[in-house]
Design a binder for this molecule. Sequence first.
Ligand code: ZN
Length: 115
Amino acid sequence: MSNKVHVKTGDTVILRTGKYDYKFKNKDKDRLTGKVLEVSPKEGKVIVEGFNMITKHVKPTQMNQSGNIVRAEAPIYACKVQLVCPLCGKPTRVGHAVVDGKKQRQCKKCGKTFE
Ligand SMILES: [Zn+2]
């Protein structure tokens, strides 16, 4: 399996369901799209806003005497998500095209290119 990550920070992605028995800790079914917050190409993982929420216990510090329980996103494999085309709004596979000498990504659905 390749570690290449097909999405970038700031991309909107949709969770690919069905094929994978990936267990998400939040069962909120309405929350299937989100923004990519972080990409780790080395691990082939992404952190997506609202996806795979975990509860973290933060130890008390001088600033925060009582400690805290925070909800945070845990990384998921990039292959679990699919890019949502910023131009046509559909989940799509990404191709590549060169426009005016610049490498661009291309939506396989509408054929338009974007960065
Ligand atoms: Zn498109």
